[in-house]
Design a protein around this ligand. Sequence first.
Ligand SMILES: Nc1ncnc2c1ncn2[C@@H]1O[C@H](COP(=O)(O)OP(=O)(O)OP(=O)(O)O)[C@@H](O)[C@H]1O
Ligand SMILES: [Mg+2]
Length: 362
Amino acid sequence: MAASLSDQLQDFISKLNPGGIFGIDIGAHSIKVCELSGSPGKFKIDKFGTFVLSEAAIIEDEIQKPSEIVDGLKEAMSRAGIKSKIACLGLYGPNTMTKRLNVPEGSKEEIEDHIMWEAEQYITFGADESQISFDILGENEGGGNDAIVAAARTDLVENFSKILVEAKITTKIVDLNVFAISNVFEEVYKDNLEEYSQGTLLIDFGAQTTKVVIYKRGGPIFTKELPIGGGLITEEIQRQMGVSYEEAEDLKTSGDENGNLPQEIVNIINSQIDSQVSEVRKNINFYVTQGSAEKVNYCFITGGNSLLPGLSEKLSASTGLEIKTLEIFPAFKVDEKKADKGLDHLAAVSAVAIGLAMRKIG
Ligand SMILES: Nc1ncnc2c1ncn2[C@@H]1O[C@H](COP(=O)(O)OP(=O)(O)OP(=O)(O)O)[C@@H](O)[C@H]1O
Ligand SMILES: [Mg+2]
């Protein structure tokens, strides 16, 4: 099909300004936008902005408050100073999926047919109503090819793209947030990738979901989103303390007026960490059990909820792994002035948006 004039024009503009694509992560708690300069090995976070959403602006992958998201997106871009209108949008949720496949040798067409045929078996939300793409990672030891497939329901892509159109943004690339995390991880730890490729667990502890990626043999072999996150803790504080969503968020992240966490809050946090860690553990059992064929040896965590005091210790006790923070900086250069809540906070919430911004127009 011939590209429309506007597509051609966008291609032309983006080639003139190849760094001009920016990443958009519409999270349940906040929108993040990021624009990078440089290239692999020397990326710099040129522009970064966030906008904190109100309670339940997005539930699962359904946008409940579209005008707030449109305005929030514009505000986050203006705070970041992003002028580009061409974005890579990250998707997530039950209407997306990834699958690692072993594809036999063959011509390009044969490989493609095989991947599409196999992928269709795994898409629970309907292959016909989905957009499917894949990447061939390379030959594997068995003589075949390792491939990774991604799919998203077309109406999910359309619903999110509609929001971007309203904010006068063109979606040039649609990616999955779990891949963005994996791409950031590869960039940050590129000097140790061979070691980490033997089996590393990446976890993004978000507000509404916790994303798990098992990274092995040069890419993700398993991804899963668990319906747990920081929002559950906020809800529990609201319920038990009789405060609003905003007050509960403040209490959890900044403590009381003296900056101390009241004992009731500490108790709520601790009991929530216990149940969330045990949920994570249940879902990754196969990868952390001694003697398992797919055992992982390393674990990196990110996401706002990963900042909870005590979380990494409990996760370590439960999985037997040493837990490290995904240290975005200094692999990505950043001006400290961009971190109004500190570099640790910025690193925790920015990984997905940075990973999306890494995607250049091909
Ligand atoms: N210092 C902190 N201590 C504990 N929790 C924190 C802290 N800072 C932020 N959070 C929590 O982290 C969550 C936001 O993290 P993040 O920005 O990664 O989520 P999100 O990307 O918006 O959500 P999701 O990925 O689920 O769509 C919120 O629940 C927030 O309360
Ligand atoms: Mg998130």
